[in-house]
Design a protein around this ligand. Structure first.
Ligand SMILES: Nc1ncnc2c1ncn2[C@@H]1O[C@H](COP(=O)(O)OP(=O)(O)O)[C@@H](O)[C@H]1O
Ligand SMILES: [Mg+2]
Length: 246
């Protein structure tokens, strides 16, 4: 069964057709990277998957269930998590507090309530464990705004995986990172468990192939190519777009 199945999804903003009938499916456990120049429609496609916008037409299914008209929280409850292109952290709080809030949000969604001190301690120890698992233990007590931009993007990924999603959407997690920070982020994504299906938006082809089992290329609201590294690198239209010829 596909983890994610998108069929003929369109989205218009006034006169702008951001998605012109996108059909794409992602198998469970797969790492799919969405490549494409700015304005291609990648973020809009993520919004249509996560429910932050509703598709104008078409269908989105998560593990076989039609979620096309569901609000974002209902999709999250079914195992979907995402990061945003713009960072979504609370900058004046510590890293640990940001992770704790992500865990509380996830528990609320799954109706898993805890009360009082026991709950506080339980959430804190889960947050501490998550940070340790992802090599961020030393950052736990630092205020988010004092972290490097690269560290902030890593904390964001940990927040998104706090709820142990079945499908994780990462919107340009390497944007604005130095080459060394990019390597750190790539390493982190590669270590995510295989029971988590991942779709990631990325502009850099080399970074994309570091992560992807399969790459899909968007251009002007349409999926113009799909395949493995050799197929995408050999695709004339893709190289023209990347060389700015189209
Ligand atoms: N809320 C919106 N209102 C109007 N136009 C939008 C909106 N969001 C996106 N667009 C337009 O849709 C197109 C695709 O945008 P987007 O999905 O953000 O591209 P990408 O993430 O691939 O860079 C662009 O032309 C953009 O200007
Ligand atoms: Mg975008």
């Amino acid at each position: 069964m596909s983890a994610l199945s998108i069929e003929g999804v369109t989205k218009s903003f006034g006169g702008v057709q951001a998605l012109r009938g996108v059909t794409l499916s992602v198998e469970a456990g797969q790492r799919l990277v969405l490549l494409g120049p700015n304005g291609a429609g990648n973020t809009t496609l993520f919004h249509a998957i996560s429910g932050n916008i509703l598709a104008s037409s078409g269908r989105v299914a998560l593990f076989g269930e039609d979620i096309t008209r569901l609000p974002p929280d209902a999709r999250a409850r079914r195992g979907l998590a995402r990061t945003f292109q713009i960072t979504n952290l609370l900058p004046s709080l510590s890293v640990l507090d940001n992770i704790r809030l992500a865990l509380c949000g996830a528990d609320r969604l799954t109706f898993r309530f805890f009360k009082g001190m026991a709950s506080y301690r339980e959430t804190t120890s889960r947050a501490t464990r998550l940070l340790a698992d992802w090599g961020l233990a030393d950052a736990a007590d630092r205020t988010v705004r004092n972290l490097s931009y690269g560290e902030q993007r890593q904390v964001e990924v940990v927040m998104a995986i706090a709820a142990a999603p079945r499908l994780l959407l990462l919107d340009e997690p390497t944007a604005g990172l130095s080459p060394a920070e990019t390597l750190g982020l790539v390493d982190m994504v590669r270590k995510l468990p295989r029971d988590m299906t991942i779709v990631m938006i990325e502009h850099d082809m080399d970074v994309a192939f570091e992560i992807a089992d399969r790459v899909a290329v968007m251009h002007r609201g349409e999926l113009i190519a799909e395949g493995n590294e050799a197929e995408i690198r050999a695709n004339k239209q893709v190289s023209d777009i990347y060389l700015g010829l189209e």
